[in-house]
Structures are given as structure tokens and as C-alpha cells.
Design a protein around this ligand. Structure first.
Ligand code: CP3
Length: 357
């Protein structure tokens, strides 16, 4: 398990150590914008069949790495595997996104929830992690991940995606104690899930708080932030140079950067609504920063994409006392199915080219 990595840029950047160039990986780097992904999905029959089969999950995890000079692999899975294992029964409707057959709507539903057993219900995830680690053979680190307690709760209570989260926001107002119980079970489940992925071989862990930014500041500080902080404090991840770093990514988390930087996480992922220079200044070198190109920039020409990558890199350095250390390049959110793989290549290559030390 502890073979030396051929490419350890990501781990070094997370420790804010010097690197030869800035590491880059992209959220949803394995996905429908790749024709080889669509072919594997066709063979598997569905997204879930693919995610639940460790060999196929491994195959799609490696696809973007075969094409592009990426500095990390991310486990091919989904954040909703955890509520699925809690008995909510995840399914997908073509064109409508994820849904649950048994959403949780009230205190009685919530009281029945328990942390799922990682060894049985989520065995397919840890099996995928072990398979991917074996196939990567030390080329780049493998990132494991989970949803945040709040973001998972959004899907569990709404029963699927939502534009303005009416059901969970009503629950927050009408029965905050029940919502806190849900968030608390979710936090225990996230810690167990990330620990299991780490034990199986994940070398970096990321929490996706995709919907934290939909909360007012007071509600974010009540329903999302404290649970992120609990994960950062309680998730066992070893010590010294062998420590497994944790990245807290959040859409719309810019107002809370100081608080997130004090959470104990090694890295903070930000979206494109904040300048990297400002994010770096406000976090004062306490954490590594990941981000933050607007994914829509990939609709520009390869030259325009390279210019924007350079802008983001230079913005970070400007706010970080002139140094590029401690920066992980990423998009501010995931790639979309209609993006051109050649534009993704232009981005990855421009990041390495422009950030050479
Ligand atoms: O980044 C990666 O390459 C790793 C794989 C990954 C997926 N989902 C694969 C996936 C990761 C890290 C996720 C996380 C995830 N899933 C989040 C948090 C990050 C984010 O994007 O905000 C959320 C909110 C989900 C829930 C979810 N799962 C959604 C909204 C969808 C898209 C539904 C749709 O039809 O567009 C999924 C399905 C999903 N997860 C796909 C992929 C590649 C598309 C499935 C397909 O092939 O149809």
C-alpha cells in the first residue's frame, strides 16, 4: 500500500511543500463528456450498475488518466451511495438526475436511520478503491470522497435534486432538532465511509458540500459548518508525512474561508465566485487551496482556456506572497457532458506549462 508515488505533486501541494509544477485534477473528470465513458456505461446498462461493479468503476476511473496528464485519480462512485446504503433506495431517471424511493421527511423517518455497515452494504466501494489502487500502481494518488452531511441531507429529505430546497428548509425551521439528528447520523456515516476508503487505499479524501452555499450565513453556521468541522477534527488520518489529507470543497463557501481554514482540514476547495488571490490572502497559508476556474470557461477556445488557466494560477500566487506552492488547480465545480475533451487537454497542459518552477 505504501509504495512510493511516481507523481506526488498533489500530496506535496496539500502539505504546501514545493513542487515542480502545480498539480491539476478536475471534478467529474470521468464522465459523459468522454466517448469511452459513454461506451462503458452502455455496456454496463446504467450508471449505478457501473458504480456498483468494482472492475467497471476502475475502468472509468482510469479513462481520463489515459488521455490527459492529470495529477490524481478520483474514485468513480457517487455521494448518494451512503443514503442508498441507509435504505433510501437510490435510482436514476434519465434526464432527471438522482432520486430516492424512500426519502426521509420527518422525525420518525430520521429516528430509524443508522450508519450503514461499510463491510457489507458499501463493500463495492472499498473493493473499487482496492482495484483502482492496484491498477494505478503508484502512478498518481487516488482521491476518495463523500458528500457533506448537509448536502446528503438535501437529497435525503427532498428525495432528489432541487432548485430551492423547500422540504429541507421547512424542516430546518419547523423541527431543527430532527434535522440536527439527521446531520449527526450523516456525520458519523461520512466519517466511517471516508475511514473505510482510506483503509482500502484512498490517499486523499474530499468532502463535497455542493449545497452549503444555498444557506443563509446563520443557517450555514448552524446546519453545515459545524458538521464539516466535526469531520475535520474526528476523521482519523494518521500523522506526519503519511497523513491522509482532507479537502473540504464547497460551492458558495467564500464567505466562510477563515472558518474553514481553522477547521483542521488540510485543503479547502472553492468555486469561481471568489478570486484565488483573495482566498489565499484570507486563509494566510493555513491550508492548501483548490480551484477555481469557472467550468464554463471550457466552452471557450483552447487559447482562451489557456489564458484563463494562467489568470487563475497567477491570481493564487499574487495572494500567496508570490509563491505557487499550496495550490491545487481544479474547476470551481464539475465538468459537463457537452464539454470537448480537447478543451480539457488544453486546460491540463496549460496549467503545467504555465506553473513550471
Ligand atoms: O469526479 C469524478 O470524476 C468522480 C465521480 C463523481 C460522480 N459524482 C460521478 C457521477 C463524484 C465525485 C460525484 C459526486 C456527486 N454526485 C455530487 C457532488 C459533486 C457535485 O457535482 O456537486 C453530487 C451532488 C452528486 C449527485 C449526483 N449524481 C448528480 C447531481 C448526478 C447527475 C445526474 C445527471 O443525470 O446529470 C449524479 C450522477 C453521476 N455521478 C454521474 C456521474 C459521472 C452521471 C451519471 C451518468 O452517467 O448518467
Amino acid at each position: 500500500m505504501t509504495e512510493t508515488l511516481k507523481n506526488d505533486r498533489l500530496l506535496r501541494a496539500l502539505r504546501r511543500e514545493p513542487v515542480d509544477c502545480t498539480p491539476v485534477w478536475l471534478m467529474r473528470q470521468a464522465g459523459r463528456y468522454l466517448p469511452e465513458y459513454r461506451a462503458t456505461r452502455q455496456r454496463a446498462g446504467s450508471f449505478l450498475a457501473m458504480a456498483k461493479n468494482p472492475e467497471l468503476a476502475c475502468e472509468v476511473t482510469l479513462q481520463p488518466l489515459a488521455r490527459f496528464d492529470l495529477d490524481a485519480a478520483i474514485l468513480f462512485s457517487d455521494i448518494l451511495t451512503v443514503p442508498d446504503a441507509m435504505g433510501l433506495e437510490l435510482y436514476f431517471v434519465e434526464g432527471e438526475g438522482p432520486k430516492f424511493r424512500k426519502p426521509v421527511r420527518n422525525a420518525a423517518d430520521i429516528a430509524k436511520l443508522a450508519v450503514p455497515d461499510m463491510e457489507t452494504e458499501l463493500r463495492y466501494v472499498t473493493d473499487a478503491v482496492r482495484t483502482i489502487r492496484r491498477e494505478l500502481a503508484g502512478s498518481v494518488p487516488l482521491i476518495g470522497f463523500s458528500g457533506s452531511p448537509w448536502t446528503l441531507a438535501c437529497y435525503m429529505v427532498e428525495g432528489g435534486g432541487s432548485d430551492n430546497f423547500p422540504t429541507i428548509k421547512a424542516l430546518a425551521l419547523n423541527d431543527p432538532a430532527a434535522l440536527h439528528r439527521l446531520l449527526s447520523v450523516n456525520t458519523d456515516a461520512v466519517i466511517a465511509y471516508l475511514s473505510a476508503q482510506r483503509a482500502a487505499g484512498a490517499q486523499v479524501l474530499q468532502v463535497f458540500d455542493t449545497w452549503g452555499g444555498t444557506l443563509s450565513p446563520a443557517m450555514y453556521r448552524e446546519f453545515s459548518l459545524p458538521y464539516l468541522v466535526r469531520i475535520a477534527r474526528e476523521l482519523p488520518r494518521g500523522g506526519g508525512a503519511e497523513r491522509t489529507p482532507l479537502i473540504l470543497f464547497g460551492k458558495g463557501n467564500a464567505p466562510y474561508l477563515e472558518e474553514l481554514a481553522a477547521s483542521g482540514a488540510e485543503g479547502i476547495g472553492v468555486d469561481w465566485l471568489v478570486e484565488m488571490s483573495e482566498a489565499a490572502r484570507r486563509t494566510q497559508g493555513k491550508v492548501a487551496l483548490q480551484g477555481n476556474l469557472d467550468p464554463a470557461m471550457l466552452y471557450g477556445s483552447p487559447q482562451a482556456i489557456a489564458d484563463q488557466a494562467r489568470r487563475t494560477l497567477d491570481s493564487y500566487a499574487q495572494g500567496n506572497g508570490g509563491s505557487r506552492d499550496g495550490h491545487i488547480f481544479n474547476l470551481g465545480h464539475g465538468l459537463s457532458p457537452d464539454m470537448d475533451p480537447e478543451h480539457v487537454r488544453a486546460l491540463v497542459d496549460a496549467v503545467h506549462e504555465h506553473s513550471k518552477r
